[in-house]
Ligand binder design. Structure first.
Ligand code: SF4
Length: 139
């Protein structure tokens, strides 16, 4: 998929925003969890386990197609640790193929090992940073 220019990303954002205001009959922002398992075990977290298998890719792709049919604008992928899903790039590519905005929330552990930023174009990439009581998120 060719890289989108800043202008085309801007116009796409405007288009999605206008659609969100024009109709409340479709989900605008959706979270999907393709992988509940996580490589870390943060003490405050109850959103992960150590045993779940990844959701099969055909199931994930059908769900993404259905969300596109509903008219969703933004799909954020989280977990668990979504980078542990063996077909995470296919999931992101399917979201992008539908013209939806893809986001990913990761603990960042696998970034240096297997992250391929050129393999897809994420609109948002979040690594939550926790320190004491304060929470910051880099996007
Ligand atoms: S990295 Fe995220 S999903 Fe994993 S245990 Fe910590 S908060 Fe939960």
């Amino acid at each position: 998929m060719p890289k989108a220019s800043s202008f085309s990303r801007f116009t796409r954002g405007v288009r999605h925003t206008v659609r969100a205001f024009a109709s409340t009959k479709h989900p605008v922002l959706v979270h999907i969890v393709p992988m509940r398992r996580c490589n870390l075990s943060c003490t405050y977290c109850n959103e992960y386990d150590k045993t779940s298998e990844p959701v099969p890719i055909d199931v994930m792709l059908k769900r993404i197609d259905k969300l596109a049919e509903f008219g969703s604008s933004v799909i954020t992928i989280s977990g668990g640790e979504p980078m542990m899903h063996p077909e995470i790039y296919d999931i992101i590519a399917r979201i992008r193929r539908h013209g939806m905005i893809a986001g990913l929330i990761s603990n960042g552990y696998f970034l240096s090992v297997c992250f391929k930023p050129t393999a897809f174009s994420l609109r948002r990439f979040g690594v939550p940073i926790y320190s004491g009581q304060k929470r910051r998120e880099s996007v």
